[in-house]
Ligand binder design. Structure first.
Ligand code: KIV
Ligand code: ZN
Length: 517
C-alpha cells in the first residue's frame, strides 16, 4: 500500500493492542461492530487481532476479513512460519489483507526474550518476510522495541525486510521510552540511511508510558512517517497507545504546522469513543482530550464570558467537528417511534429494526420512571442492550431486601441456556447478596476485582452504569450493566462479566499472549 506525499495512513489497533489491556476483552460480535464502525470512520488499516493467539482471535480476524470492504485488514504474527500461516489462513478472505510480522530488535529483547544473536534475527527477518510476501502482497514488518535498538543494526534489519518484500516498516516505541525530538530524528535518520527506504511506507507505533505517545507519533509524521498506529481512546498495553482521535485532530487543527491529511471522519469520534468504553468497561477520563465529557465544558465565569462573545476565545476546534452532539429533539413520555429513531440516528447509532424496537421498549419503560430522559440515558440503554448481545446467562428478575436491619437478601431468577433458575441468598449488604445469589445459581471460580457505579446523568432518578471486573486463571473481563435501579444494574453487570468469562474460556489458547509479543 502506498501513500501520497502528504497523506498519513491511519492504522487502528484497538482490537489487537487495545484488547491486550487486562480486562479489555471483546466478543466476536463486538469486534464485528467495531470493525464496521472503524471502516465507516475512514480508517485505512484495521488490525483485527493476533490469529495464533487463540481460536477466538483467529475467528475474529477471519470474520472481520469477510465483512470489511474498503479498509485493509491486518493480522499480527510473530516471525515464524507457523504464526504467519495462521495469520494468512484468517486473512485470506479479506478484500485487502495484510500480514503484520514482528520481531524484537533491541539488545535486551534479543538477548533475554528471544535468546538469539543479532545475525540470527536478521536471517529470521529475511526468511519470514519472504514467506509472508509469498502469501500476501501487503506485508508489514515491525521492529519491536525499535527505540532501544542499535541504529546500524536497525538499518540492516529494515533494509533486509524491504528487500524481502515488506511494504510497510513499523518502528514501535514498544515501552514508551522515546522523547519526541529523539523519535522524530530516529525516523528521519532511518529514512535517510536505509538505501531502499523509498520502497516502503514508514510507520509509527507509540506507547504512552511517559504520556508521550501522541507527541512521538506526530514528531514521526513531521519527519517522514506516513502511517500512524493508534487506538480509540488510547486503549492498549499498560499505559496504552497513541489515541487515534488525538492524532487526527492534532493534524487537522494544526495543519498550518503539520500539513498532512488523513481520510478519517472526525465527526464520528465521540460515538466511537463511547462504543469502545462500553465494550471494554474502561471509562473515558472526564478531561480526556477530544472525547472527554469536559473537553468542551466551560465552567469559570471568565471563560463563559469569552465563549459568549466568540467561541474561538476558548475552543480551538468545534464540538461538532468531533461529534459532540447538540440535541435538537427533547425526548419524553410522549415521544413516538419515529422521533426515537431520528434521535438515535442523530446520536450516531446504526441499529437494525429489531434492535431499534427493543431499545424503544426500554426507552418507554424508562420514561415511566424518569421525568427527563437525556441523550446520555438513551445512549446508556442502547449500549446496555448492545453489550448484552448474545449472553448465555440472562437476568430474569430481582427482588432485594436492604436497609439497616440485616440480613440483606436477594431473590433472583436467571435464565441459563433457556432454563430459568431461582434462589434467595443473603450477604453483607444488598450487592453482596445479589452476587452470592448469582454464584449459587451459576457456581464459578472467578474473583471480583472491581465494582464501580457511575451515574449517567444528574438527579436521584438518574440511571446507574455499573462495571464489574472478574478474574479467573489470569484472565480478566469487565461486564457492564445500566438501569435506573442501581441494584438491577449491578446484577446485570455481574451477569455480563460472567458471560464474557465464558466466551473467553471457550477459546482454547494456543500460546500465551503476554509471552508472545
Ligand atoms: O508495541 C509493540 O511493539 C507492538 C508490536 C507488535 C507492533 O505492539
Ligand atoms: Zn504495541
Amino acid at each position: 500500500m502506498t501513500s501520497s506525499k502528504n497523506r498519513v495512513l491511519i492504522f487502528d489497533t484497538t482490537m489487537r493492542d487495545g484488547e491486550q489491556s487486562p480486562g479489555a476483552s471483546m466478543t466476536l460480535d463486538e469486534k464485528l461492530r467495531i470493525a464496521e464502525m472503524l471502516e465507516n470512520m475512514g480508517v485505512d488499516i484495521i488490525e483485527a487481532g493476533f490469529p495464533i493467539a487463540s481460536n477466538g482471535d483467529f475467528e475474529a480476524v477471519r470474520e472481520v476479513s469477510k465483512i470489511v470492504k474498503n479498509s485493509v485488514v491486518a493480522g499480527l504474527s510473530r516471525a515464524n512460519f507457523k504464526d504467519i500461516d495462521r495469520a494468512w489462513e484468517a486473512l485470506k478472505g479479506a478484500k485487502r489483507p495484510r500480514i503484520h510480522s514482528v520481531i524484537a530488535t533491541s539488545p535486551v529483547h534479543m538477548k533475554y526474550k528471544l535468546q538469539m544473536e543479532p545475525d540470527q534475527v536478521l536471517d529470521t527477518i529475511i526468511a519470514t518476510v519472504t514467506h509472508a510476501r509469498n502469501l500476501c502482497g501487503d506485508v508489514e514488518w515491525s521492529a519491536e522495541d525499535a527505540t532501544r535498538a542499535e541504529f546500524d543494526f536497525l538499518c540492516r534489519c529494515i533494509d533486509a525486510a524491504i528487500r524481502s518484500g515488506a511494504t510497510t516498516i513499523n518502528l514501535p516505541d514498544t515501552v514508551g521510552y522515546a522523547m519526541p525530538v529523539e523519535y522524530g530524528k530516529l525516523i528521519a535518520d532511518l529514512i535517510a540511511n536505509v538505501s531502499n527506504s523509498d520502497k516502503a511506507v514508514f510507520s509509527t507505533h507509540c506507547h504512552n508510558d511517559l504520556g508521550l505517545a501522541v507527541a512521538n507519533s506526530l514528531a514521526a509524521v513531521a519527519n517522514g512517517a506516513r502511517q500512524v498506529e493508534c487506538t480509540i481512546n488510547g486503549l492498549g498495553e499498560r499505559a496504552g497507545n497513541a489515541a487515534l482521535e488525538e492524532i487526527v485532530m492534532g493534524l487537522r487543527v494544526r495543519n498550518d504546522f503539520l500539513p498532512y491529511e488523513t481520510g478519517v471522519i472526525s465527526e464520528k469520534f465521540v460515538a466511537a469513543s463511547r462504543m469502545i468504553s462500553t465494550v471494554t468497561g474502561f471509562p473515558v477520563q472526564y478531561n480526556k482530550a477530544i472525547v472527554g465529557k469536559n473537553a468542551f465544558s466551560h465552567e469559570s465565569g471568565i471563560h463563559q464570558d469569552g465563549m459568549l462573545k466568540n467561541t474561538q476565545t476558548y475552543e480551538i476546534m468545534t464540538p461538532e467537528s468531533v461529534g459532540v452532539y447538540q440535541s435538537s429533539l427533547v425526548m419524553g413520555k410522549h415521544s413516538g417511534r419515529h422521533a426515537f429513531r431520528k434521535k438515535i440516528e442523530e446520536m450516531g447509532y446504526q441499529l437494525g429494526q429489531n434492535a431499534i424496537e427493543d431499545a424503544f421498549v426500554r426507552f418507554k419503560a424508562l420514561t415511566d420512571r424518569k421525568k427527563q430522559v437525556y441523550d446520555e440515558d438513551i445512549a446508556a440503554l442502547i449500549d446496555d442492550a448492545l453489550v448484552r448481545g448474545q449472553d448465555k446467562i440472562k437476568l430474569v428478575s430481582l427482588m432485594v431486601i436492604a436497609g439497616t436491619k440485616g440480613p440483606q437478601s436477594a431473590t433472583l431468577e436467571l435464565d441459563v441456556d433457556g432454563e430459568v433458575l431461582a434462589t434467595t441468598a443473603t450477604g453483607n449488604g444488598p450487592v453482596d447478596a445479589i452476587f452470592n445469589a448469582i454464584h449459587a445459581l451459576y457456581p464459578h471460580e472467578a474473583n471480583l476485582q472491581l465494582y464501580q457505579v457511575h451515574a449517567v446523568t444528574e438527579g436521584t432518578d438518574a440511571q446507574a452504569e455499573v462495571s464489574v471486573r472478574l478474574e479467573q486463571n489470569g484472565k480478566a473481563v469487565t461486564g457492564q450493566g445500566a438501569d435506573s435501579d442501581t441494584l438491577v444494574a449491578s446484577a446485570r453487570a455481574y451477569v455480563n462479566a460472567l458471560n464474557r468469562l465464558l466466551v473467553k474460556h471457550d477459546k482454547t489458547l494456543s500460546v500465551s499472549r503476554t509471552a508472545s509479543v
